[in-house]
Each structure stands twice: as structure tokens, then as C-alpha cells.
Design a protein around this ligand. Structure first.
Ligand SMILES: C[S@@+](CC[C@H](N)C(=O)[O-])C[C@H]1O[C@@H](n2cnc3c(N)ncnc32)[C@H](O)[C@@H]1O
Length: 289
């Protein structure tokens, strides 16, 4: 079992990192929501793992535009409630706009997952889709999830698998690594919880038990390499922010070069374009009670 990469490496500045993520996810908020259908299977797997039922109080942590929150709200009605929180207010505004104002719609509120303004034991379920690896201090976010859950309550979360199993992300990263100089301070890897043993040990260390981890694989079809590149930018807030600050000719070089890295994923079922897979892990675990 390998250990997750420690983001506390020399030069790593958690505040700056969070600011960059927040700016990036604000930048892509609307497009992130539009691209969510590509990951519908994953959202469904996570909602199933959460075992939602009418009357439950649910926190959707690092909710983005509240795609999980919106679905969860339907499953906990009548009598339940869903709170969607995120560090990027643009994501929350997008979610509030999409979910509308009906009685069972989720509430949206800004919050850093590592420091929640919520009472102890105030939630029956916590959802955290594709988020744990983004936090500079994931152990703090897990401690907060544990704190706000009722004894016996459950967390359900998803993370990317190990790097080689997620061409959806790593092909774009390969292009970036080929064309750009290495960053002065490396970002924590988004694949750092990709081994089930690592994720399980991390959840156990945070005080959770009854841990269940299942793989969820899905593939995304792109009409061409440019569509793939755009989808990558629409998913990865921090990367979108960093790359969006580069001069336009360099951005154009990256867009053009990614086709070489996608060569192994040509779609041969008659649709043309590229079919790019991703392995994720969906975990559910209980706060003992
Ligand atoms: C990849 S998106 C996942 C969104 C959503 N959970 C989903 O499943 O589609 C990651 C989200 O984490 C949010 N985020 C990043 N750092 C955060 C932090 N420290 N606290 C709360 N949210 C954070 C981002 O703004 C972004 O909306």
C-alpha cells in the first residue's frame, strides 16, 4: 500500500492553493454543470452508496453546482433537507439557479470543507463527490465530516482511481507535462486516494467504520481532441485557472497537442472521435454510534 502524497511539501501554501481552486471553480461553474452528464453513472453510484431515505438531513460537501444535492433532495423528501456547501460562490450560485426555489430544493451556503460552521451531530448523511483529494488537509475535512454526522450516520464519497486508470485526467496532464516546464511547487496529486487500501485506511484513521469501497468505471465520448481538452478544463478548477492565465498561443499549442496523447483512445464503434475511460472509487463509511 502506497501512502497518499503529503501536500505539506516545501513551498506548498495551503491558503494560496485554496484561493487558486476557488478562482478556478468560479471560472468554470456554468460549464462544470453542463459537463456533469458525462459523470452521471458516478453520481448515481455515490447516491446509491449513501442509502438515502425520506426525512434525512444531508450535507453535500464541496457540492459544486449541487448536482448530487439536487438528486439527494428528491430522495430525502418528504421531511428531509439538503445543505450544499462549497468554497466557490460561483458554483453555489449556479446550483441555486439550477435547483430553483421549490420547497424541497437544497439550500446553498459557502463553507470551507476543512472548517464547517455546522453543529456537531447535525447530519444523517454527508456526500463528497470528487473532492477529498482537492483539500490541502483532507484529514481536517474528514474530521469535520465525522463531527457533523450523527452517531450511526454515514459518509459517501468518490475519488479518482490510480493515475493509469484515469486517462480522462492523466492524458491532459501528460500533454501539460510535455509542453510546459514543471511547476515550481507541485500540487497534491488528485490520484492520491486511488488505491482502495489507502482510502480505507484514511477513513479508518478519521474514526469511521463499516467501510465499503467499490470501483465505478465510466467512459466519456468526445467528438474530437479539442472537446476532450475543453472537458478537462471544465472539470479541473485549479488547472483551468493556471492554464487560463497563460498567453493564448501557449493555450492553443496545448489544445492542439493533446490529440497525440489521446491516440490510444480512438473510438471504433462508428461514432468517431475518442472514448476516454476513468476509474473511480465510491466509498461509504459510518460514524460509529
Ligand atoms: C471536482 S468538483 C466536485 C463537485 C461535486 N461534488 C461533484 O460531485 O460534481 C470539486 C469542488 O470542490 C470545491 N472545493 C475545493 N476546495 C474546497 C474546500 N476547501 N472547501 C469546500 N469546497 C472546496 C470546488 O469549488 C469544487 O466545486
Amino acid at each position: 500500500m502506497s501512502r497518499p502524497t503529503d501536500p505539506a511539501q516545501p513551498g506548498f501554501d495551503a491558503r494560496r492553493f485554496k484561493a487558486m481552486e476557488r478562482a478556478g471553480f468560479n471560472r468554470i461553474a456554468a460549464r462544470y454543470a453542463e459537463g456533469a452528464h458525462l459523470r452521471a453513472e458516478l453520481a448515481e453510484a455515490l447516491l446509491e452508496a449513501a442509502a438515502l431515505a425520506p426525512g434525512q438531513r444531508v450535507l453535500d460537501l464541496a457540492s459544486g453546482p449541487g448536482l448530487l444535492a439536487g438528486q439527494a433532495a428528491l430522495r430525502v423528501a418528504p421531511g428531509g433537507s439538503v445543505l450544499a456547501t462549497d468554497i466557490a460562490e460561483g458554483m453555489l450560485a449556479e446550483g441555486a439557479r439550477r435547483c430553483g426555489e421549490h420547497a424541497d430544493a437544497p439550500c446553498f451556503a459557502a463553507a470551507d470543507a476543512e472548517q464547517l460552521c455546522l453543529a456537531d451531530a447535525s447530519m444523517d448523511r454527508v456526500l463528497a463527490g470528487l473532492a477529498l483529494f482537492i483539500f490541502p488537509h483532507p484529514e481536517r475535512a474528514l474530521a469535520e465530516m465525522h463531527r457533523v454526522l450523527m452517531p450511526g450516520g454515514r459518509v459517501a464519497l468518490s475519488v479518482w482511481g490510480v493515475r493509469e486508470s484515469v486517462p480522462l485526467i492523466h492524458r491532459a496532464q501528460d500533454t501539460i507535462a510535455r509542453l510546459l516546464p514543471p511547476p515550481k511547487v507541485s500540487r497534491p496529486s488528485v490520484f492520491r486516494y486511488g488505491e482502495a487500501e489507502v482510502l480505507s485506511a484514511t477513513l479508518a484513521a478519521a474514526g469511521f467504520d463499516d467501510i465499503d469501497i467499490r470501483p465505478c468505471t465510466f467512459s466519456c465520448h468526445f467528438a474530437d481532441a479539442e472537446a476532450y481538452w475543453q472537458a478537462f478544463l471544465d472539470l479541473a478548477g485549479g488547472a483551468a485557472e493556471a492554464l487560463g492565465r497563460l498567453p493564448e498561443p501557449i493555450q492553443a499549442d496545448l489544445r492542439a497537442a493533446v490529440a497525440d496523447d489521446l491516440a490510444d483512445h480512438r473510438c471504433d464503434d462508428g461514432r468517431g472521435g475518442f472514448l476516454v475511460p476513468a476509474l473511480t472509487l465510491v466509498a461509504s463509511a459510518r460514524r460509529p454510534g
